[in-house]
Design a protein. Structure first.
Length: 163
């Protein structure tokens, strides 16, 4: 009986510790197959199709650098996100409408997880990558939707021109 109680208590402690461990740790995108869902602004890209690498820097003055990116329709871009700040930032691709709706959700649920191929959290002083295929022509956006960041102007524009 004593052994059973010890095993039970150990299991409960391990489970409770795991539930608090999310913090700023990023879940691996390799853990599950990438969702290949067509969006208004394109579709998740494959690393063997990358045409160009675009470096995006994030800062605590709530800005991206560059804030404007030109892309040709059909291009698969590897975005390399570098967070030069001391707080978490994120990169989310979409339309203005989608970013606005997501921003409102983030204000209600600031710790929500992201597992879509067009979004990633970037911890302070860290780098992350996003690979995206821009198969639609138009003006699209990227933003940091953490509460207060988008509202402070942490938004960039992507212009996708026809081939």
């Amino acid at each position: 009986m004593k052994v059973t109680k010890t095993v039970f208590v150990s299991a409960m402690l391990a489970a409770s510790t795991a539930s608090f461990s999310h913090g700023e740790n990023k879940h691996s995108k390799e853990a599950a197959p990438m969702k290949m869902e067509q969006k208004e602004w394109g579709i998740g890209g494959h690393s063997n199709s990358i045409k160009r690498i675009v470096e995006i820097r994030m800062t605590d003055n709530m800005r991206f650098s560059p804030e404007f990116v030109e892309v040709k329709q059909g291009e698969t871009i590897r975005f390399v996100h570098t967070n030069d700040g001391k707080v978490m930032h994120e990169f989310v691709l979409g339309t203005k409408k989608v970013l606005g709706l997501h921003s409102a959700l983030m204000r209600k649920f600031p710790n929500m997880e992201h597992d879509e191929p067009y979004m990633t959290h970037v911890g302070a002083g860290k780098k992350e990558e996003t690979v995206w295929n821009f198969n639609k022509v138009g003006e699209f956006y990227f933003g940091c939707l953490l509460p207060g960041h988008y509202e402070a102007g942490m938004l960039g524009t992507i212009n996708v021109a026809a081939k």
